[in-house]
Structure formats: structure tokens, C-alpha cells
Design a protein. Structure first.
Lengths: 119, 119
């Protein structure tokens, strides 16, 4: 899952970095809850986007981007999110850490389309 | 790859979020360069740690943590790092974005060891 290409969080946006180590339990439940949380986050005020990746070793990183500290905190306090976090501690995660940050600068790069088709 | 458990970047540390979409080219060269860059980064002044994950869809997130803006910028300008970035644009990445941030708060959680062995 990734923030739309070309979208960059503006200076002073909040980026919340969530690094987690999965247990091997309940993959189906975890996937369902992850999709539900992503959809719910996207409907919250101040939501800017999300990037997420998990490797075969079970280590995952999700970064969610928020307009300001208030919207990031409101998402953290959202009742459904908090309930899912409880399930995460009970079943899905061996450990995690959360690092809240403020964006100072951002840029992106995209490969130019190859001129591989004749006119 | 992950920052050591229990290690958290302090307030005002710099977290550099690198989100990239891999091409399918040159997996061996990419893996070699990634390991070399991780080892080189770890020897730089101000390096605090790194978290990295890449999913089967080729989307990867690497977060490197630095003591301050100066050490993060010095790593960005490091000649060997810059040369590897050029190879990355030529071969390994379809797109990427880099988001530099400053840490405002952090916490972690670890599953308690299960009392599953009798005394």
C-alpha cells in the first residue's frame, strides 16, 4: 500500500512511523483488520496518506501522514483503532514501536517513461 | 533489518523515511549494495539505527535515524552513498520518495515472555 505517486506530505505535516514484528498467528484476521484500519484512517480529518510494507521476516513498517498533531492524536484515540490495537497486542505482534515525527522536507523521483514505442 | 529492540530515537532526532518501488532488475546487485550501504551508514557519525522492510509487491520502506540534521545531511552527501543512489536510479527503482522528519515522541511495546516453562 502506498500514498499516491507524486503526493508528498508538506512541511510540518506529521508522519507516524509504526514498526512492528508480527507473530505467526491469525494471518487472515490480521489482513482483514489491516484493510479495515486503512479504510477507516482514510476517512479521518487530516489524513494525508499511508505507506506500508512488510517483509517475509515479519518485520513491517507503516507510515501514516497527517495534516497536524491534532489529527494524528485523534486517530490514535479513535475507539475502533484503540480496540484493534488491543487485539494486535493480544495476537498479531511480538513487539512494535511508534515514532511520531514532523516533516521537515520531502522530494520524490520517478523513472521517465522509456521511449520504446515508435510514433 | 531493524534497529535494536528497546532502542528508540530521542526527541529531536532526525528520521529519514525512504519509500521506494523496485524494478524487477538486478536483485543480486541490489541486495549487495543494500547490505554495503547499511554497513557504511552504521559507521557514520550521528547514526542511531535503521528499520527496513520490503514486501512481495516490491514496495519498500527504510527509515534511518540520525542524531541531528547535520549527520543526516552528511550521509546524504557521502560520495559512496551518492554513487549508489545513481545506480539505484539507473537500475533498481521505478520511483522513490524521501521524507526527512524530526522526532517528536516515541514509545515501544514488547510481548511479555510467556511463563511456559516450569521452574
Amino acid at each position: 500500500m502506498s500514498m499516491a505517486p507524486g503526493d508528498l506530505p508538506p512541511k510540518d505535516a506529521v508522519a507516524v512511523i509504526f514498526v512492528s514484528q508480527r507473530t505467526e498467528a491469525d494471518e487472515a484476521g490480521y489482513e482483514r483488520a489491516g484493510a479495515a484500519m486503512a479504510a477507516l484512517a482514510a476517512r479521518q480529518p487530516g489524513y494525508l496518506g499511508m505507506d506500508s510494507a512488510r517483509g517475509a521476516d515479519g518485520l513491517g513498517i507503516t507510515v501514516s501522514y497527517w495534516a497536524d498533531e491534532a489529527s494524528a492524536r485523534a486517530w490514535r484515540a479513535h475507539a475502533e483503532h484503540a480496540a484493534t490495537r488491543d487485539v494486535g497486542r493480544a495476537r498479531w505482534y511480538d513487539s512494535y514501536r511508534m515514532i511520531a515525527t514532523r516533516v521537515t522536507r520531502a522530494y520524490d523521483w520517478h523513472r521517465a517513461a522509456a521511449p520504446d514505442t515508435p510514433d
